[in-house]
Design a protein around this ligand. Structure first.
Ligand SMILES: [Fe+2]
Ligand SMILES: [Fe+2]
Length: 246
């Protein structure tokens, strides 16, 4: 007999596995962005619900790239206007996928807005300032840092301290100043993470505590959700474990 309920973790796992089959780079990028976003939200002292939303949304923020062609996704040179539009469609595609799942509605809104800019010149809606969900503003900074510092087939990633300078250069235009202030405080932790070249499958990643986190109450605990697959580890225990890992 088929089970009647599916847990949030199981759903997220299916979506992430789908992304891995289509585009392993984006999966690894998303794991790092989730880690960075979480550090920023910890520094900001966000409440548990917001912290949880940031984490899940960061894992799923680029899921819409499933709908973008490889030729455009991996194009080394300058993109044409049409290609740029195709790439930019990924935030709306991600929203369309995730908003079909009632328990991921809030997450889908965060994903929709992760390429908005603080000055209103982003996409898809051109939202400005605090009209952009706070979770999306956090992911935008973490996303930019990882994109700039990652090697791609067509270019080498820039050094981490140059990427920090670049993010600060765009404070108040592209990025929310509140988030950049927190980012500056936690960025040295990212340097360590980056230099270890983590990926979701290697031993370092497990050591870092991320796998625990994905199976944890932080990701799985919705009041109305089936928690049968979650690991019985408290948030405090997880945070202690992660701090020890640094
Ligand atoms: Fe994106
Ligand atoms: Fe991204």
């Amino acid at each position: 007999m088929l089970p009647l309920t599916v847990s949030l973790h199981e759903l997220i796992d299916v979506v992430i596995t789908t992304l891995d089959a289509r585009d392993p780079y984006t999966l690894e990028h998303s794991f790092r962005v989730a880690e960075y976003s979480e550090r920023i939200s910890e520094d900001m002292g966000l409440d548990a619900d917001m912290h949880q939303r940031v984490h899940i949304a960061a894992h799923l923020h680029d899921i819409g790239k499933i709908g973008v062609s490889d030729a455009v996704l991996n194009k080394p040179g300058k993109l044409t206007n049409a290609e740029m539009k195709e790439i930019q469609s990924h935030s709306r595609i991600g929203y369309n996928i995730l908003s079909r799942i009632p328990m991921l509605r809030e997450i889908s809104e965060i994903v929709l807005h992760h390429h908005e800019r603080f000055d209103g010149k982003g996409y898809p809606r051109g939202l400005m300032g605090d009209k952009i969900p706070l979770e999306s503003r956090i992911i935008a900074v973490a996303d930019a840092f990882d994109a700039m510092t990652s090697d791609r087939p067509y270019r080498k990633g820039m050094p981490s301290d140059d990427a920090v300078r670049e993010i600060n250069r765009h404070k108040e235009t592209q990025f929310c100043p509140l988030i950049v202030n927190s980012f500056n405080r936690v960025a040295p932790q990212f340097f360590l993470y980056k230099s270890s070249d983590p990926s979701p499958n290697d031993a370092h990643f497990a050591f870092f505590g991320h796998e625990d986190l994905m199976l944890s109450k932080m990701v799985c605990n919705g009041k109305n959700l089936d928690l049968s697959v979650s690991v019985g580890q408290t948030n405090a225990e997880m945070n202690r474990h992660k701090r020890q890992s640094l």
